[in-house]
Ligand binder design. Structure first.
Ligand code: ZN
Length: 133
């Protein structure tokens, strides 16, 4: 019986980390209670839900210089601590620019086969960069 109580308590640790990152705490509690050794590093290493969303939308989030909470890039006032922050410059669209030559290459019929390969490699690289970041 004690082992179940211990597992349930241990599960609270990854659950708390996951909830802080905007994930489902209940799921992570179950994960942590069953597989604590695996769930804990997963919870620590996984990107927060807000960071993941920022990678897919142009409206990027950034940490507040005053309180480090995630705020909108276009914000001029932190919604958490109320500190005045500088408006972020135009969001980076580097992955899109990197893929542009491959797209242009695809338009050329002669280079179609090679272009597909290049595009796939660029997509893979973009995904890897997004995962790493
Ligand atoms: Zn703040």
């Amino acid at each position: 019986m004690m082992i179940f109580i211990a597992a349930a308590l241990l599960g609270l640790i990854p659950a708390a980390i996951a909830q802080k990152k905007g994930r489902n705490a209940g799921t992570w509690w179950l994960f942590g209670a069953l597989l604590f050794i695996i769930a804990l590093p997963c919870a620590i290493l996984m990107p927060s839900a807000t960071a993941a969303a920022a990678g897919t939308t142009p409206a990027t989030l950034r940490p507040c210089p005053s309180c480090a909470e995630s705020i909108q890039g276009q914000a001029i006032k932190c919604r958490f601590c109320g500190a005045d922050v500088e408006r972020l410059a135009v969001p980076s669209i580097a992955p899109m620019q990197a893929a542009a030559p491959a797209v242009a290459m695809l338009a050329h019929p002669a280079a179609k086969a090679g272009g597909v390969l290049v595009l796939l490699l660029l997509l893979l690289a973009t995904v890897l960069v997004a995962v790493a970041a």
